[in-house]
Structures are given as C-alpha cells and as structure tokens.
Write a protein that binds this ligand. Sequence first.
Ligand SMILES: [Zn+2]
Length: 217
Amino acid sequence: MSKSEGVIKFRMDFVEAAALTAVQLTEINAWRKVLVIMGMIGQTPERYDNYGFGNISRRLLADELPGYDHPFVISGTQTGGVADLAPEHYATVLWCRPAENHVSAQGPMRPSSESMTHGVVYEMDSRINWVFHAHDPYIWQQRVALDLPTTADGVPYGSPEMSAEVGRLFRETEVAQRGIFAMGGHVDGIVTFGATAEEAGSVLLHHLASAIRLSYS
Ligand SMILES: [Zn+2]
C-alpha cells in the first residue's frame, strides 16, 4: 500500500446534507461491524502507517433517492478507527464519472477515498447491491493460488486506472460470477460484492477460510 492511503485522489463535489436514517443504515452498520471484528476494516499504528482501511457500501433504492443512476451509501472517509458508526459517519455518493475521476457526494461527512471503486462495481452490474472493501492479508497473499481476478500491480487505489482495471475484470474474467477480486497494487486490498449483504459477506468468509487453509500447506 502506498503511504497515501486515505488521501482522496479524485475530484469531488460535496454538499453538506442531513444523515440518512438509522433504519436505512442498520444492515450496513451490522456488516461493517463484522468486518471490524475480523480486522478487515480498522485503523491501527501496526498497519498502513495508521491510516484507516476498508469500507462498505450499499446501493440506494430508487425510492430512497430518486433521480440518479446508481447512488449508494458508503462509510465516511477515515472512519476505520471508529468501532461503531452513527448515521453521521456515512455519506451518499450521487454519481461517479470514472473516466473523469469525478465524484458527486452529499451527507454529514465526506465519503471514503475508495468510493470510485465502489461506484464502478455498481455501474458494471445492476444486480449488485452491496460492495465490501476489506483489507485481508490471508486472501491477498493467496490471490494467485485462489485464482482471484486481480487488478494490475502497478495501479494504485482510487485512481482512474483502477476504475479502468475493474472494468477490464468485468469484461475479461469471471469476476461477476465469483463476486470477488483482489487489488494487486493495494496491499491486502480485497473487494467482494453481491445482490445482498449476505452474498458479499459469504464470499469473503469462504475465501478467508480457503486462504487460511492454503497458508497451512
Ligand atoms: Zn483499501
């Protein structure tokens, strides 16, 4: 991971707006807590120069936020160190334009610096409603043995090249069926996704167990 983890690299239009309701955030908050417990979202001096890592999002339904193609709610920037998030810790991304590296967002705080990657995944497949960005050394180190679709090693997170790489994976690999890819140029970076949070979470846990098994051999 580069030392600039956590630094927002894209252009962002951000407007202060009220938080979503606690009811809208119950499920995402529960799954975020699971990732915190597993050490896949967090912040510690022992990892990545104490930058917050990992984030989670879900697509907003048309009746929650009409008028946008694929808006989503995502944990706010540098919230990895907060054990339990409140509605004030989430942001809404209204749209992403990956080619221009441009994001429009609103909420009580700014979205995660990895919002663009989430946005590209939602754009790729309308059936995807959840995206988990976990940091896991077991899965990442076994990414070749697990035959994971992987973004190119030289491509840093949050860059237009990363958006293009995610698009390439959807065109050229089985990533849509697998529900998981590794970020080759972003240490420990794993993304899982699915129609439901259970799908995204199951794929993550399944690969964690497989990676730990491989690490024993
Ligand atoms: Zn990351």
